[in-house]
Design a protein around this ligand. Structure first.
Ligand code: AMP
Ligand code: MG
Length: 329
């Protein structure tokens, strides 16, 4: 199959609509990462997402809709705190999990009784979703367990020959996947951290829990149990407080002739005297936006990536740390 990469315009949107309505799958940009889209009503199309990605079939997909779409046909029992959160943060990088009305294909939720809904803010995503005017099931547009894609080129590198079309909307500004928030209980609960932080949710609705998977406990966000986001080369992760050990390991490996690179934020980069550095940026949002791009660059150029965790660990850095830990095993 030939994979076209096209800028977003009337022609490419019409092609995307035709492909989706014919049961095909299409990659599209969002403000977090690129998604791999299928008509959520079409079981065969949804199943082909799992096949193309090599995704475990117990890891459900998020349904994406445009801002004017009425989700009342998809889910039920929407609590008042969810309405307040939607008003505060949507469209944006927040996915909310509700009781499903079971109107979309059961393959989207892997047979479960909840459905995750997201309204992306990326203008290209909105144009695509408005054009099809369907609920669109989509996970990230990468081969399962690889680093999520934040450019059309990343999608192409993973899925060329396997999908017909990638809508190119430039580099994603957010850089890490959406916050997944369970809205089926009395209090919202973060299942996966992201750019909309637990603190931001609590500031709007008073309270917000955070789900922690305990040994033997019930898995509420299936994606959390898988190793994810891994670059194709060996990686090591050091705490910020242990960064001098990271510099020492860099020097030791470098002396052995290993092509080793440090991955860290700009503050650490300035302090270290290592030569090869994948710099993530200075602010929290820059660090999140560059994380996957730099991990993908790292796997291209390095034999070994030594990552140094940011000093700050709360807020947006909760999500960054979660991905770094998974990337580095
Ligand atoms: P991805 O966009 O590739 O990160 O995949 C979607 C993520 O959303 C995965 O981590 C899923 O486990 C999570 N997810 C999707 N639907 C649900 C749901 N109904 N309940 C809990 N988590 C979900
Ligand atoms: Mg993913």
């Amino acid at each position: 199959m030939n994979t076209q990469v096209l800028p977003i315009n009337a022609e490419s949107l019409a092609l995307a609509e035709k492909l989706i309505k014919d049961g095909g799958i299409v990659a599209f940009p969002t403000e977090t990462v690129y998604g791999l889209a299928a008509n959520a009503y079409d079981t065969d199309a949804v199943k082909s997402i799992f096949t193309v990605k090599g995704r475990p079939n117990d890891n459900p997909l998020i349904v994406h809709v445009h801002s004017a779409y009425d989700i009342a046909g998809l889910v039920t029992d929407i609590p008042s705190y969810a309405k307040a959160l939607a008003k505060a943060f949507l469209p944006g990088p927040l996915t909310m999990v509700y009781r499903s009305k079971q109107t979309v294909s059961a393959a989207v939720s892997c047979g479960g009784d909840t459905l995750a809904i997201r309204v992306p803010s990326h203008s290209g995503a909105q144009q695509f979703l408005k054009q099809v005017n369907l609920p669109i099931a989509a996970p990230s547009a990468n081969v399962s367990k690889h680093v999520s894609p934040v450019t059309a080129k990343h999608v192409y590198d993973d899925l060329k020959g396997k999908i017909p079309l990638i809508l190119d909307g430039g580099k994603c500004s957010g850089g890490i996947e959406s916050t997944v928030l369970d809205c089926t209980g009395n209090v919202p609960c973060v299942l996966r951290s992201g750019l909309i932080t637990r603190e931001m949710v609590a500031a709007v609705v008073g309270e917000c829990d955070e789900y922690v998977l305990k040994d033997g406990g019930k898995v509420r966000s299936p994606g959390m149990k898988y190793k994810h986001y891994s670059p194709a080369c060996p990686t090591r992760l050091f705490d910020f407080n242990d960064r001098y050990s990271a510099y020492a390991l860099y020097k030791e490996k470098n002396a052995e002739g290993v092509n080793v690179w440090i991955l860290c934020d700009d503050t650490v980069a300035v302090e270290s005297d290592c030569e090869r550095i994948l710099k993530l940026g200075e602010s929290e949002n820059e660090i999140a936006a560059n994380l996957y791009d730099k991990l993908r660059e790292g796997e291209r150029v390095a034999d070994l990536i030594i990552a140094i965790a940011p000093q700050k660990q709360d807020g947006v850095m909760t999500g960054v740390m979660n991905r770094l830990k998974k990337a580095c095993g």
